[in-house]
Design a protein around this ligand. Sequence first.
Ligand SMILES: [Zn+2]
Length: 413
Amino acid sequence: MALVGITDPGHGGFDPGAMGNGMREGDLTWEFGLKFARNMERSGVKMYFTREKNSTATNNRNAELAYRSNYANEKGASFYISFHINAGGGTGFESYRYPKTDSSTIRLHQLVHGNVAAVFSQSGMTNRGIKTADFAVLRGTNMPAVLLELGFIDNTRDAKIIRTEEFQNKVAEAVARGVCQWLGISYVEEPAEPPQVEGTPIMGEAAATLQQLLGFTRSINEDFPSELPPIYLEIGKRYGIRGDIAFAQMLKETGYFRFGGDVRKEQNNFAGIGAIGDGSSRASFKTMEEGVIAHIQHLYAYCTTKPVLAGETVVDPRFHLVNRGSAPTWEALNGKWAVPGTNYGQEIVSIHQKVMEFKVEPGKDYMGHWAEKEITRVIQEGLMYGDDDGYFYPDRMLTRAELAAILCRLLDR
Ligand SMILES: [Zn+2]
């Protein structure tokens, strides 16, 4: 059975928590909690969050903490780590467990506290000690639970340190190492360099045409919508990702758009992306376009460590959970996007190969083109024809002579 853990980023949503030095506790706890969860997932533990980045499950101060501990109990988690930032005129690190607990909780507390205190002292901050308190989330959870107060948000010196990515990473690693030791599993380090894998790069320009994508898919599923291929090519281009191969991945994930798996067509989830907080349910997107953006963003998270383009909103709910840059090729997605997924990437590439080999029939090469309606009309009206080979070549240039001939046909009416 898979190991399950809970990350509880304190506060958030309606409750900013303590504030100071231009920061909100709820934003910092998310950063610490998220980085911790990524380390744990990499080490083989399934992690759940008690809230999302900018929202909470309840909007009620009285109900929220009970919700969080109940959620942890329902998930059957084996540990619960709550992230908080202190305030009120002090400095340094302290941590808590419930006053009356078993030896397993005490051991978890000691391992985590010791590791985190070492990081604080390296940064010149105080170890305020290992403490007990009757806090709601410690009382309500029925698995070993530890609450961390990671520095003082209203102390200028503390604030300067805890806001840095570097310090947050060190603390997250320290907590994760402590928990792994307690679980008796080995902590898996983040690879320094993205692994060099031979294969087909995820980044690059599309090679298949719109007509090939549509024609190939319609040869298998007649009901396939013509709107989808141009969206894949356009969004893919925006992110520098192979939109045509992402399209092939969509065909694999949706069973050639017949669905029938655990995702319904109405969810516009073309790549089986999980919802946040609960990996077993699948995310839903408002429109086809939003679904494609989420898919392309998820690929972007895997194939590069670069930030999301300016002006783009991240709609992929699991973007932040991806080990950034860990899969530069389709083949490297094996065991990551799909588990075990031994040949996952190879199968996608092979579907794409079939798309490339697909011969668009004469007269059908403008199918799905943005000007399909207009082209159909001028052909029916006898104003324009394709070439002698029967293809229309919708994107080919027109000469002045050809335009003159077309205009004369119109004038002769
Ligand atoms: Zn707090």
